[in-house]
Write a protein that binds this ligand. Sequence first.
Ligand code: SF4
Length: 217
Amino acid sequence: MKLGKKKRGELLLEVNRILYGKYGDCHCSLDYNNPMQLLVAVILSAQCTDVRVNKITPGLFKKFPDAAALAEVEIENLEEAIKSAGLFRNKAKSIKKAAQSLLEKFDGVVPDTMEGLTSLAGVGRKTANVILGDAFGIPGLPVDTHVKRVLNRIGAVDTDNAEKIEAMVNEVVPPEYWTNLSHMIILHGREICNARKPDCENCILNHICAYYAKSHK
Ligand code: SF4
């Protein structure tokens, strides 16, 4: 069922309120010391746990401390350094290309705008929103697989299109909540509302969830 703007806003603010009671202010679980390190960590985190990424990045940034070093690295050396992250060939290519476009367009400094970030090779809205929110404190709503799944199940959105979901949430939720809301939904999706077997009986959102209501008719 498609919710109107007002109902969607009420539902999402209630989700935000309830999840905040459990998770509070969340932090990015990737370790980084500057926006460029976060950019690289986000690229590495595709289909890989943040814990594993955090094991790789200290050594990686010791060897290749800035965009210039990453842009010039022999690709085999980069692949070797990130091997345990999986999909390492593609990830090495993405990191090198992003570093090269950072150097070409922004003198090696990560931009703090959606437009600037998405102009970098291989950086989409999800990655850009992570960097805006976590590295710069600028509101952004990263929509990953957990955010997509949870918001669809709850009934707040009715699409798998990440850009549409972002717009539908941002239209009704104040910007100061965006970054933390995304973090909280991701945690909820990992811990409770997981893809294969959501733990609906123990879910603190079940009284406002469309999926739960449907399966308990
Ligand atoms: S009630 Fe079930 S489907 Fe709904 S948010 Fe909770 S775990 Fe997910």
